[in-house]
Structure formats: structure tokens, C-alpha cells
Design a protein around this ligand. Structure first.
Ligand code: ZN
Length: 233
């Protein structure tokens, strides 16, 4: 444990945790969210129509997908954005597991999905992972797998480029920035498999498209995509 962790633990004792979304109410145990925010969580209907929804539409002509779904809408100033910020920048790792479990439940409830063979979290660069201490997408993937009980594969798809922040960049710049930034170690592991790619948020889809390109040598692979959030266009 580094000194920073001690300080954060001490602060948590002095200032008990508040709901990450509204920062007013006490959260329910291990969820980091209060009852009110949980009830306001803006879930999509994608899991009812996994092969025909706005997320699928955004990938048309770019990535052939079996199914795609975002769990909730990410409005510019809403609870989902606060939740994702807590997950990525405030060490609230439980949030990833909680949201992943919710995705897993939606997958199991829907009779439209075919469960994947492998769950592959979108990787982050090793330098970023060292800094943050974890990959938030791996936490989401683990939460999903707690419910659907397949296999999380997180050591095969690698982020090889440490891209700068993409905030404020247009779509073509984003694509250019991340193109070829992922590498698949052993493509033969994925032959004839159905892969569920997991990301925290879908905005332009450039990251997921770049991940898909890393699978170009795999024979007969099928893709689906699950994210916690989809930005409202
Ligand atoms: Zn709240």
C-alpha cells in the first residue's frame, strides 16, 4: 500500500462516503449510489432489442456485430457520468463490479442474446494501468462473468500505444489516434468463438472499432459489444 492509499483511507474515516452520482445522500452498501439515484438510473431498452438498436446502428458498415447494448444513457451532466468518473478516477472499483453484474442480469433476462464464449475487456495501456491501479473495463467484465459464468480473457488483447486524451477531438481524429493501437497476442485462441467486447462508455465507437481490427486474422470470429454507457447523440 502506498502513502496515498493511507491518506485516502484516513479521509474516508473523517468524511464518510457520499453517493458518487448526487454527492448528497448516503450510498447503499457497496453500490456507491443512493436509493434515489439508483431509481433514476437511465437504462436503455437495448437488452430487449440487442440486434436492432441505436448502438448497433452506430457500428453499421464499420464492425459486423451479433449484438450490442449500452446499459444506460450518458447525458453530459448526469448520474452516469458521475458514476463513470468515480469508477475511473476515484478508485471506486466496486462500481465496476456492480454495473457489470447488472449487465450480466440484463443478458440473462433477455431471451434475445446468445451468451458469448469469451468476455474481453477493452484494455488500457500498461502505464495508465500502473497509474490507476486497475483497468475499469476488467472490473465490469468480471461483474458480468459473475452472473453469466463464461470466461474473461484479459491477457490477449493488448493496448500498445498510450494515446493522449481524446477529449475534444473529432471522430476522424479519434480514429486516426487509436488506429493500430491494439494488438492481439494469439489469434488462434479466438477461432470460431463468440467474443463479447466490454467497454465503459461508447461515444463514437472508435475504440471498439480499433479493438475489432486487432482480430482481423482470426477465422470465423463473432463479436458482440456491451458497455455501461452510451452517449446520447
Ligand atoms: Zn445519489
Amino acid at each position: 500500500m502506498i502513502i496515498k492509499d493511507y491518506l485516502l483511507d484516513a479521509l474516508n474515516l473523517l468524511y464518510p462516503e457520499l453517493c458518487v452520482a448526487c454527492r448528497k445522500e448516503n450510498p447503499i452498501q457497496n453500490a456507491h449510489l443512493c436509493v434515489h439515484c439508483l431509481s433514476q438510473f437511465p437504462e436503455t431498452d437495448h437488452y430487449d432489442y440487442p440486434s436492432e438498436n441505436e448502438m448497433m446502428d452506430r457500428f453499421v458498415g464499420r464492425v459486423p456485430l451479433r449484438f450490442a447494448a449500452g446499459l444506460a444513457y450518458n447525458y453530459s451532466e448526469g448520474i452516469v457520468q458521475n458514476i463513470l468518473h468515480g469508477l475511473k478516477y476515484q478508485r471506486k472499483q466496486d462500481i465496476g463490479i456492480v454495473l457489470g453484474r447488472r449487465i450480466g442480469e440484463r443478458l440473462m433476462e433477455s431471451n434475445q442474446w446468445e451468451l458469448p464464449d469469451f468476455i474481453v475487456p477493452v484494455p488500457i495501456h500498461i502505464i495508465k494501468k500502473r497509474k490507476r491501479g486497475y483497468n475499469q473495463c476488467s472490473l465490469i467484465a468480471n461483474g458480468i462473468n459473475e452472473v453469466i459464468k463464461r470466461k474473461v480473457v484479459s491477457d490477449q488483447l493488448i493496448k500498445t500505444k498510450n494515446n493522449d486524451s481524446q477529449t475534444g477531438m473529432g471522430r476522424s481524429d479519434r480514429v486516426e489516434n487509436i488506429l493500430n493501437s491494439f494488438h492481439l497476442r494469439d489469434s488462434s485462441k479466438f477461432n470460431s468463438k463468440h467474443v463479447l467486447l466490454v467497454d465503459d462508455v461508447m461515444t463514437t465507437g472508435a475504440t471498439l472499432e480499433a479493438c475489432y481490427l486487432a482480430f482481423k486474422d482470426v477465422v470465423d470470429v463473432q463479436f458482440s459489444v456491451a458497455t455501461v454507457a452510451i452517449s446520447k447523440s
